[in-house]
Design a protein around this ligand. Structure first.
Ligand code: HPA
Length: 272
């Protein structure tokens, strides 16, 4: 984080408040193929406000297909429909500015969703997996730089980056959820089969290109995190066919019903 990061967060918070955001209790980040869920989770009748990222100071515009690019707010809930990725070529501060903004708006819990490749042989495309822990192989950390004055510590503890309590709550709502360790690479290439064999050997169950920077920042603010991955494909080399982003978006979309039920249950419990 650069020295001006907190000023940027405060400017983004001020823009969001000018557009009508208040102090939501829970934040949700919708990943690849999941942006449209916001219409079921916060239907227009709830009086939700939709703020395009381009209207929030410093956010910029997302470039990835399947990511809508707007912040939706009600008095209790803030939903990011679409996120920024390091592979888009943005500085890491830009990638984590939205999540820091949610934290600064006052959320106490953050739900992060993503699309991931399945490494664990028990996983099938279409599975939903609770993230139990992560391995950061992005080669960077968003907290590198001067200590952010809003962050709880210079060296935030990551022992329980993903809240065990929130995972129990999720399992209460959907007993079929699996659990696993998420490994983050920068992308934008998918991994090689050799990399996937390595990740399996070191305890990785899922692989993706997002989430970890957001979770690090949320934990640095003391916000509790729940991570949910959609297994959109078997990781490279495990299925015998090449990987394709359109398949990732399609499988992400195909589990919308189950994901909507789970997320709306979670938002009800955490948003009140
Ligand atoms: N690798 C990395 N990121 C991904 C994958 C994958 O196999 N699937 C969806 N996002």
């Amino acid at each position: 984080m650069q020295r001006d990061f907190q000023e940027r967060v405060q400017a983004a918070v001020a823009s969001a408040r000018n557009h009508g955001a208040s102090t939501p209790r829970v934040g949700l980040i919708l990943g690849s193929g999941l942006s449209d869920l916001v219409d079921q989770l916060l239907p227009a009748e709830t009086g939700r406000l939709a703020i395009p990222y381009g209207e929030i100071e410093g956010f910029g515009v997302t470039s990835v297909i399947g990511h809508r690019g707007a912040l939706y707010v009600t008095p209790d809930v803030a939903v990011m429909a679409g996120r920024f990725h390091f592979y888009e070529g943005k500085p890491i501060d830009d990638v984590v500015l939205p999540v820091a903004t949610l934290c600064a708006l006052g959320i106490r819990a953050l739900i992060v969703t993503n699309a991931a490749g399945g490494i664990n042989p028990d996983y099938q495309p279409g599975d939903l997996v609770l993230i139990r822990d992560h391995i950061n192989l992005m080669g960077t950390n968003p907290l590198i730089g001067p200590k952010d004055p809003e962050s709880v510590a210079r060296f935030p503890d990551m022992t329980e980056a993903y809240s065990a309590t929130l995972r129990r709550t999720a399992l209460d709502l959907d007993a079929q959820l699996k659990e696993g360790v998420y490994v983050a690479f920068t992308g934008p290439t998918y991994e090689t089969p050799a990399e996937i064999r390595m990740l399996g050997a070191v305890g990785g169950d899922l692989v993706g290109m997002s989430t970890v920077p957001e979770v690090i920042v949320a934990r640095s603010y003391g916000v509790e995190v729940l991570g949910i991955s959609t297994v959109t494909n078997l990781a490279a080399g495990l299925s015998g066919k090449p990987l394709d982003h359109s398949e990732v978006v399609e499988v992400g979309s195909s589990i919308q019903g189950r994901m909507t039920t789970l997320l709306s249950g979670l938002l009800k419990r955490l948003g009140s």
